[in-house]
Design a protein around this ligand. Structure first.
Ligand code: CA
Length: 755
């Protein structure tokens, strides 16, 4: 508040000529009228309240110390909703105090530092603005939330949370001459959670593009927080020269700060804290004359492209959109602790055959995971001078010299970071005076930063449901996020499709001597998952005997409207039977543009079902998009299933994402996947899955396992399964010459029944 008062005082008192005006406007007409009057030093004040479908445009000639200002009556009380956006042209413009929510931009950007291609903003500032879940409804319709053009603009103390559609959250564009060497400052922003997109285009910040990467951008990115910004492998994609990334904090964020294109960038004094979460990474180095110094990285679990530090191989005479070799990199005085990987020559292959040149790697303090390989190299490292590096824990490739391997005691300092106690190590690793940004110091104070997602049952509220016709659907109408519907034993007839738009659990009550509650559904679909929907089913029987025949029957499906949220679906102790009314009746179907963060099936029984158990194969256009990040099928029984128990598809050659991950463990499959309508030909069909573990299953009289590897370095383990009267596995590689890379061990095929 104080800062805001100072800001207003500055505008009114200090800087403004005596004739400065202020215009208090209540609607879009009044705003448009004020816009025709404004001059340097004037202030337009937007009245508190909702401004629906407001395409706010501001332009004019402010002066140093006398900007043209658009400000809310009170910070955080002016809401731009519906189809709204902000465009800024002219110079010395200041915009502050707005909240974008409950809608999305009808344009390619929510906030644009240009009014038109000709009128780009200069010396202008956007501060204390919130963009909250202002995503286009279609996950794969692209936009930027912020597009920076022009020169010497500042974007600071803003709050950007929950982008779920494709496209960079904040893009600095270099596509006109006046927007190069721009001197923009991006500081003290809160970049809040951005869930995995499931395709390329989920970067939080991008500066430049490959096409203009030979130009310098001279953009400074300083003291921002990137909290769970896990959209894809690049959190930041620097695609231009002479940028500075300094003092930023990366929290639990999957991916890395990537120096993707462009030369002469500086990465210093940043802090990365992964807390041991999957794919949390650090810094990836490509191109010439990059400096990486004084950074602190802890608890990172990424490897390969998402290593704590990845120094890549390049492509000889690289085209602008591929990988320029590392030349003249200086990587020194960094601390990397409790992290999985530091790697050189990352991406080395036939095309990326140029190792780093003229580079220095010195005075780094490194500590990996006990008993694991830690510092790796995949090609020639003679172009890197290694000296005075210390490795405390973890193995180092024995061809790498310049590392002293010995443990050392570490202690947390006042700043919360680990430093060695031994004074002899005082000059190794990150500087002592690093500061870890607090969440209070970024974004705005008047808008809450998001906590964790709502868990099933979190509200603590239980709604008891008695058996009967329609009782369940009626009870569901009164349920709110985190509630549990508790079903008494008996039969439930459901004659409408039940929409799930929040986090809802249905649990059967366990009563001694009574059967589990049974749900009979009389529509083609029992549950339809909508925006915000997460569903848990526990201790229930679901029977499809009353269901009418319809195209695309599915016990659970996603709405045909695009869903922005990443769903969670759990089945535990559930029996599903008699989904037989047509030839491909699925249990769970994820449609196009639907993305589940996790699907878990355990301790459940499925029988007499004509279709698939989990169908997550709607993204067939081979853009690298897919439907589910984590799928677990554990300790369950499948008998008489026409389709595969899991049909997972991620096509194309894009390398921007991490999943899907699939675990199929300790299940019994009998007569699975043999229906003529099963186009996959498998009892389990995994196409383009990045990490798969199929182990300790009993498979009898079923179609073969089918695993197709596409892009990247997929990891598939198939072990200790028993097969009877089931053909040998079908394993294919689409983009890799050589034998299939799946690890096979301990699989037993009953004698004499198969090849
Ligand atoms: Ca990318």
């Amino acid at each position: 508040m104080l800062a805001r008062l100072c800001l207003v005082l500055l505008v009114f008192v200090l800087a403004v000529p005596a004739n400065a005006e202020h215009y208090f406007v209540r609607n879009q007409n009044e705003y448009a009228h004020a816009l025709t009057q404004i001059e340097a030093g004037d202030v337009i004040i937007l009245a508190n309240g909702e401004w629906r479908d407001f395409e706010l445009v501001i332009t004019g000639e402010g002066r140093p110390g006398a900007p043209i200002t658009v400000i809310s009556e009170e910070a955080g009380k002016v809401f731009l909703t519906g189809q709204s956006s902000l465009r800024i042209g002219g110079e010395h413009i200041l915009v502050t105090g707005l909240v974008f929510k409950d809608g999305y931009s009808p344009r390619g950007e929510v906030i644009s530092f240009r009014r038109t291609k000709q009128d780009q903003a200069r010396n202008s500032r956007v501060t204390e603005v919130v963009v909250d879940n202002f995503s286009k409804p279609d996950r794969y319709e692209s936009d930027y939330w912020v597009g920076m053009y022009g020169s010497n603009n500042r974007f600071d103390h803003n709050h950007l949370v929950g982008k779920t559609n494709k496209g960079v959250t904040l893009a600095v564009r270099l596509d006109s001459e006046e927007s190069r060497e721009n001197g923009h400052l991006i500081d003290h922003n809160y970049f809040g959670p951005r869930p995995p997109l499931g395709s390329n285009g989920g970067e939080t910040l991008r500066i430049g593009t490959s096409r203009y990467s030979m130009y310098n951008s001279n953009t400074t990115v300083e003291n921002n927080v990137f909290d769970r910004t896990s959209g894809e492998v690049e959190i930041i994609s620097s695609k231009s020269g002479e940028n500075i990334f300094r003092g930023n904090l990366f929290l639990r964020a999957q991916g890395t700060l990537t120096l993707r294109h462009g030369d002469g960038n500086l990465v210093e004094r940043n802090v990365f804290l992964g807390y041991g979460e999957n794919h949390t990474g650090g810094i990836r180095v490509i191109n010439r004359h990059q400096t990486v110094r004084g950074n602190y990285l802890e608890g990172l679990r990424g490897k390969a492209f998402s290593s704590a530090l990845a120094v890549m191989n390049g492509v000889p005479n690289s085209p602008v959109n591929r990988y320029v070799e590392v030349d003249g990199a200086v990587i020194e005085h960094n601390t990397i602790v409790d992290s999985r990987r530091v790697a050189f020559n990352v991406g080395a292959d036939e095309e990326r055959s140029a190792p780093p040149l003229n580079s220095v790697f010195a005075n780094n303090l490194l500590s990996g995971l006990e008993g694991e390989s830690f510092v790796e190299r995949y090609d020639d490292t003679s172009g890197i001078a290694f000296s005075d590096n210390r490795v405390l824990i973890g193995d180092v490739d024995e061809a790498l010299l310049g590392f002293v391997q010995a443990p050392a005691e570490m202690q947390r300092a006042e700043n919360g970071l680990l430093y060695p106690l031994d004074p002899a190590l005082a000059q190794v690793g990150a500087p002592r005076d690093l500061e870890v940004l607090s969440l209070d110091s970024v974004g705005v104070k008047w808008y809450p930063k998001p906590g964790q997602e709502i868990a099933f049952g979190e509200s603590g509220r239980e709604i008891s449901v008695a058996p009967g016709d329609g009782s369940l659907a009626t009870a569901l109408l009164s349920a709110e996020a985190g509630d549990v519907l508790v079903l008494e034993p008996g039969d439930y007839i459901v004659d409408r499709t039940m929409a799930i738009g929040s986090t809802i659990a249905l649990r059967g009550k366990l009563v001694e001597g009574e059967e589990l509650p049974r749900i009979m559904f009389a529509r083609p679909t029992l549950f339809e998952l909508r925006q915000g929907g997460n569903l848990q089913l526990k201790n229930l029987v679901i029977d499809g005997a009353l269901t009418p025949d319809s195209v695309g029957n599915s016990m659970i499906r996603t709405t045909s409207f695009p869903i922005q949220s990443n769903m969670r679906i759990e089945l535990d102790g559930v029996t599903v039977r008699d989904l037989m009314v047509n030839k491909s009746f699925n249990v769970l179907t994820l449609g196009k543009s639907a993305f589940a963060n996790s699907i878990s099936i355990r301790n459940s029984n499925f029988s007499n079902i004509t279709g698939s158990i989990v169908s997550a194969a709607a993204e067939t256009e081979d853009f690298g998009q897919y439907n589910v990040e984590y799928l677990d099928i554990l300790d369950s029984n499948f008998a008489g299933i026409g389709g595969p128990i899991a049909n997972i598809y991620r096509g194309g050659r894009d390398e921007s994402t991490f999943g899907p991950y699939v675990k199929v463990l300790r299940n019994n499959l009998s007569d699975v996947g043999l229906a003529a309508t099963n186009g996959t030909g498998g009892s389990i069909h995994l196409h383009g899955v990045q990490v798969a573990e199929i182990a300790e299953n009993n498979v009898a009289s079923s179609a073969p396992l089918r695993v197709v590897h596409t892009v990247g370095t997929p990891s598939t383990t198939i072990s200790d399964n028993q097969f009877a009267e089931t053909p040998d596995m079908l394993l294919e590689e689409l983009n890799y010459d050589g034998p299939h890379r799946a690890l096979l061990s301990g699989n037993v095929f009953a004698e004499g029944e198969c090849e």
